[in-house]
Each structure stands twice: as C-alpha cells, then as structure tokens.
Design a protein around this ligand. Structure first.
Ligand code: COA
Ligand code: AMP
Length: 627
C-alpha cells in the first residue's frame, strides 16, 4: 500500500477541515472562505471565486497563455483543432459577450443541448464566467425529456447546434429543440444555434439566433468580467435518472467543485500542468462535466474533446490513434467501450500497430468493470487499468486506486479504496454494518466531499430522501461489499436504475412510458445482462383484454420509449406475455424476470403467487427451447 494514500486518507477523515483547507489553496479566491465546512452553508462558506477564471484566465495570467488547453479530435468530421489557454480565454469571452447581449446574467439558467464540439465547452465556461447556471442535456435524449428539463430549470436561453454526428449518421438537433420548446410550459427567450456544415437548421425569428452572426454582431462589445460567485452559488444543474419519471437536477456548487476537482487531478490521475488528459465520455454526463471540461483545465492540463465512438469511427483503432497522436498521459473511458473494441479487434492488432504512445494508465468508470475486460486491456496495453466509482450526485470519484498518490493496488472486480475525503460503510437492512465479504447497502458518511450535491434543483425533499434510510449516511443506491483486504466491490443497484453502456437509466421511467401505449394492460421493464453494454432494458407487457393489433404491440412499445425517452434508452426488445410473475400481494417479481432473461436456472421463489407464470414467460422468451 502507498503510505501517501493511507496518510492522506487518514488526514482527510480525521481532520477534514485541515485537509480541504489545504486543498483549497490550489484555487484563486477573490475572498478567501471564512470557514472550511459549515453544515448549513456547506464547504468554503464566505469564500468567493469564479470557476472559469480558475479554469482558464488564471493560467493566462500566470504566463501559460501559449500552452495547449483543448484539443478537439473528431474522426467523424476529419478535424483536429487545438486551442491554447489564451485562445480558449478569447473564445469563452466571446460566447460570454453573446450571452450577455441576450440578457443572460448571474443566476440565470442556460440549457445546453449540443454535441461534442468545442463550442459546447466554450458555452459551459462562458456561463461559469457570467455566473449563469448551465444545464447540459445529453444529445441522446428525446424532445420530451429535453422539455422536462426546460420546465424544471426554466432557462433564459437555450444553446444548440444544427446537428450531432452519431457514427455515420447525422442527427438534426434543431427539430428536437423546436418540438421540446413547443411542448414545454416555460418560454425560453433566446435560442442560439451553431450551424454545422453538415445540416442547416431553420431559425425562427425573433427567438432564434445564428451563433456566428451573433458573435459577429457582438464582436465590438467588451468581454464581460468574471463574476464574483459565492462558494455555495450553483455552477450547474445536471439532471440524472432517479427512480421515478422525473429526472433529478443535481446542483453543483462553485467552491467545493473547484477545490475537489483540482485536488483529484494530481492525486487520482497523476495529471498536472502540461500533461494531456483524455476522458472519452460525453459532456452530457457527469464524467464529461468533471473530466472533459472542468478538472483538467483547473489543473492547467490539456484536455481532449473527442467526437466519435470507440468503434466504427472509422475503426477499432481510433482510441489508440488519438492517444498516440496527442501524447495522452492518462486515459479515462467506460468498460463498455473497451468491450466494443475487443469485440471488433479481439487480438488487439490495431493496438499492436499503433501503440499507446506516452500513455501511463487507463481509468474505467460508469459501470462495474468486469474482470475479463480489465484482463484483456491490461494484457494488451501492458498498462495499469484502474476501475473507479462515482455518481452524478458526487461529481468526483469516491472509490479508486489513487495512482497519483503512488498507489497501484488493484483487484479485478473491485472499484478500489475510498478516495480521501470519502468514508464508506456497508449496512444491512437493519442499519447495522455487515461483516467483510457480505453484501449490503453502500453508504457514505456525512459530510460528503466538497464536490458532492447539497440539494436537488426545485426538490429539496428529494435530496433529503437520500439521507433518511440510514441516519448520518448518504445512501448511494448501490449494493456491494468490502473484502478482507479493504477493497470495495460494487455489485449493482438496490433500486430500479440500470446501467446501459455506461449510461444511467431508470426502468421505472421506462415502465411509465410503456404503460401509456395503447393496448398495454400491465408491464415491467428490467435490465438484463448484455455482453457489450453491460445491461440492456427488456420490456414485458400484458395486453389489455380485447386489445386488437397484438402483432404491432411490441414494436409500438419500443418505438414509444425511443420517441419519449430517446435513442439512448436502447430498448430494443419487448415481449408480449400472458402474465407477469407476482407475489401474493401483487408485487411484480422483477428479479425473477431478470433471472429468466439471463438464462439462470432457479426454483420458483416461495413468495410467487403462480409458479406457472415462469414457464409461460420462458415459452415466450425462449420459444425454441419450449418447443
Ligand atoms: N445524440 C443522439 N443520439 C445518440 C447520442 C447523441 N449524443 N448518443 C447516443 N445516441 C444514440 C445512438 O446513436 C444509438 O442509437 P441507435 O439505437 O439508433 O443505434 C443509441 O443512442 C444508443 O447509443 P449508445 O449507447 O452509444 O450505443 P451504440 O450502439 O451507438 O454504441 C458503444 C455502443 C459501446 C460503442 C457506446 O455505447 C460507447 O461508446 N459507450 C461508452 C459510453 C461512455 O463513454 N459512457 C460514459 C460514462 S463514463
Ligand atoms: P452516474 O450518476 O450516471 O455516473 O451513474 C452512477 C452509477 O453508475 C453508480 O451509482 C453505479 O451504480 C454505477 N457505476 C459507476 N461507476 C461504477 C463502477 N466503477 N463500478 C460499478 N458501478 C459503477
């Protein structure tokens, strides 16, 4: 074990204020905090700062203006572009001036529904500069989901692009935005549209503005100064799946976020000024917020923005090419991406041909990294491959091997050890700790680390619910165990959230959509194991008595989920079944459905009302076996 890790973790738990006040020195404060932690006011209360200043301007002020800040590598458009810190400062300033000209100021919300292009990064940082609160919505969500977020965040402006590029497909964004705005209750004053050469979006005056034209019109205006924000002022809202159909708006605060992320870069990822860091995620997810945009820039490193997929853009060598071309030192991706590469290139011939350049370490997160995937990656790259764990609510890793603190201990199947600042317990249903090796609810002791949420937008009661089951602890919603050596193993969820290709989705939300389809009497959606995506959703529906057109029921269910939730839901299979397995009190046994789909053999659970339901479902799911 690394002594540095052990000492750092001990200090962070025994003396959190000393630990985090030391970490806060990495940030430029306008007014230093008057306290490190206050249960009511949160972390670094009394302090004021600007996150964009810390991510961009201060590096220029410190003489690093010509160092590379951002590399945009887009195999889908054949583009590689670079921005120095000075260039990034200019771009962010220009977008801030455009937003200010549209009336956006401190505390206003700005929804960003954009693909993986540099303008998205400029827009996020421009909001941070102005003190406006951005809410980025992942492009794979449908208009209806975008509308829900618009109604909850009530933004003054919405920023979008004419299209996203998904592998070989071009997806027009503006029609989705128009549909969302038409169905939302809230009226957005201004829509800024970045026109990409692949698709020309139609603009509706006076609401819509062409990005380039507005930039031109506002070019004479001074760049707005960095707003002075309180440490506990919101920086952004990021919606994530809860257990209901209503997404949870996780609120991130300026101060704790900046301190925690700046600390994490050297300590976890071993990345500092001048190093190249690449997180192959999407800015629509928390990984993209923290590790494509904010953390690498706060640390003065170079970040890579990649517009493409691990395979098919153009092939399974694309990741290694980007790593090699840009001298990436630390790489972060999801296990599903490695599985996709392995499927296409099992012998890793692209990797042998291209190499890994300056790469020192690979980090995985988003879903449990199965031991086989880690083995394959370690064997072929000959580099440490580190699984680590976190959630949108936390904003930064909470379980990891702190590579930057000299720790290299790993065990395949485990996400590592508590990251300094985070204390875990595994509790049984009675709220008591369970012995090592035994599975229970994964909970975290209060106070959570500085990056973690302290409320949900418009939903303080929803926030409080995370702390009620186990007083004094935050309930992560995950199940897992500690082993005898202190490794933490995260094995799954305790609720109905599933993880599809590293994307967090709610089966409860899908059930709500399926239930509205004409002809559906009852339904259940479960996450079944999938060799590529980790899990995939499967719907089971009972038709309404007398319902006609049964042939089209399953395709209509699939189409409805895609159109209401979005392509990202990846619901491709629906079974029409005569009955669902239920307890005597009428509760659907979703666990049983999952086991059937996974091909597991098991005795009927004692609580089941009608054991015959199992064979009836198996006959539909595996008709050949039944015949
Ligand atoms: N805009 C519009 N549509 C999008 C989208 C976006 N930003 N992102 C995904 N979609 C669509 C995809 O085109 C796909 O549509 P389809 O059903 O018509 O093919 C659907 O949503 C599902 O997308 P995805 O989960 O990405 O599956 P895929 O089959 O296209 O690719 C992988 C499979 C494994 C290559 C891909 O999921 C992957 O790279 N995963 C890594 C995920 C990751 O990094 N997660 C971050 C968490 S750390
Ligand atoms: P998100 O909020 O989208 O980042 O999703 C968080 C959830 O993804 C966690 O609660 C876990 O269920 C799952 N998850 C993320 N990283 C890991 C990991 N390394 N191992 C297991 N599960 C993970």
């Amino acid at each position: 074990m690394s002594d540095a890790y052990r000492q750092t973790w001990d200090l962070s738990i025994k003396h959190p204020e000393a630990f985090w006040s030391q970490a806060a020195r990495a940030i430029d404060w306008i007014t230093p905090p008057d306290t490190t932690y206050d249960p009511d006011r949160g972390w670094f209360a009394g302090g004021t700062l600007n996150t964009a200043w810390n991510a961009v301007d201060r590096h220029v002020a410190n003489g690093r203006g010509e160092d590379c800040a951002l590399i945009y590598d887009s195999p889908v458009t054949g583009t590689v572009e670079r921005w120095t810190y000075a260039g990034l400062q200019d771009e962010v300033g220009r977008v801030a001036a455009m937003l200010e000209a549209r009336g956006v100021g401190r505390g206003d919300r700005v929804v960003i529904y954009m693909p993986m292009i540099p303008q998205t990064v400029f827009a996020m940082l421009a909001c941070a500069r102005l003190g406006a609160i951005h809410s980025v919505v992942f492009g794979g969500f449908a208009a209806h989901e975008l509308a829900k977020r618009i109604d909850d965040a009530t933004p003054r402006a919405l920023l979008t692009a004419s299209c996203g590029i998904e592998g070989s497909r071009t997806i027009a964004y503006k029609p989705l935005v128009d549909e969302a705005l038409a169905s939302a209750q809230h009226e957005v004053e201004s829509v800024l549209v970045f026109q990409r050469p692949q698709v020309a979006a139609e603009l509706r005056a006076p609401r819509d503005h062409d990005w380039a034209a507005l930039r031109e019109e506002t070019a004479h205006l001074p760049i707005p100064p960095c707003a002075e924000m309180a440490a506990n002022d919101p920086l952004y809202i990021l919606y994530t799946s809860g257990t209901t159909g209503t997404p949870k708006g996780v609120v991130r605060e300026n101060g704790g976020h900046a301190v925690n992320l700046a600390w994490s870069m050297p300590a976890i990822y071993d990345v500092g000024p001048g190093d190249v860091f690449w997180a192959a995620s999407d800015v629509g997810w928390v990984v993209g917020h923290s590790y494509i945009v904010y953390a690498p820039l706060l640390a003065g490193a170079t970040t890579v923005l990649f517009e493409g997929k691990p395979v098919g853009t153009p092939d399974a060598g694309t990741f290694w090419r980007v790593i090699q071309r840009h001298k990436v030192k630390t790489f972060f991706t999801a296990p599903t991406a490695i599985r996709a590469i392995r499927k296409e290139d099992p012998e890793a011939s692209f990797l042998q041909e291209i190499g890994t350049g300056d790469l020192k370490v690979i980090f995985l997160a988003g879903e449990r990294a199965d031991p086989e995937t880690i083995s394959w990656a370690e064997e072929h790259t000959r580099l440490p491959v580190i699984d680590h764990w976190w959630q949108t609510e936390l904003g930064a890793p909470a379980i990891a091997t702190c590579f930057g603190l000299g720790d290299t201990r790993r065990k395949r199947g485990s996400a590592g050890f508590p990251v300094p600042g985070n204390a875990f317990a595994i509790l049984g249903e009675d709220g008591q700790p369970v012995p090592d090796g035994k599975s229970g609810a994964v909970v975290m002791r209060e106070p959570l680390a500085p990056c973690a949420f302290r409320t949900l937008w418009n939903n303080p009661a929803g926030y409080a619910k995370n702390f009620t089951s186990f007083p004094g602890f935050y309930e992560t919603g995950d199940a897992g165990h500690f082993d005898a050596e202190g490794f933490l193993h995260i094995m799954g969820r305790t609720d109905d959230i599933i993880n599809v290709a590293g994307h967090r989705l709610s089966t409860g939300q899908m059930e709500q959509i399926v239930a509205t389809v004409d002809g559906v009497a009852e339904c259940a959606v479960i996450g079944a194991d999938d060799a590529l995506k980790g899990q995939i959703p499967i719907a089971f529906v009972i038709p309404r008595a007398g319902a006609s057109d049964l042939e089209s029921l399953a395709p209509r269910v699939i189409a409805e989920v895609r159109s209401e939730l979005g392509a990202v839901a990846a619901l491709k299979t629906a079974f029409v079944v005569p009955q669902l397995p239920k307890t005597r009190s009428g509760k659907i046994l979703r666990n049983v459905l999952r086991k059937i789909m996974n091909g597991e053999d098991f005795p009927p659970p004692p609580t089941i009302e009608d054991p015959g339901a199992l064979d009836a479902i198996r006959a539909v799911v595996f008709p050949k076996a039944a015949a």
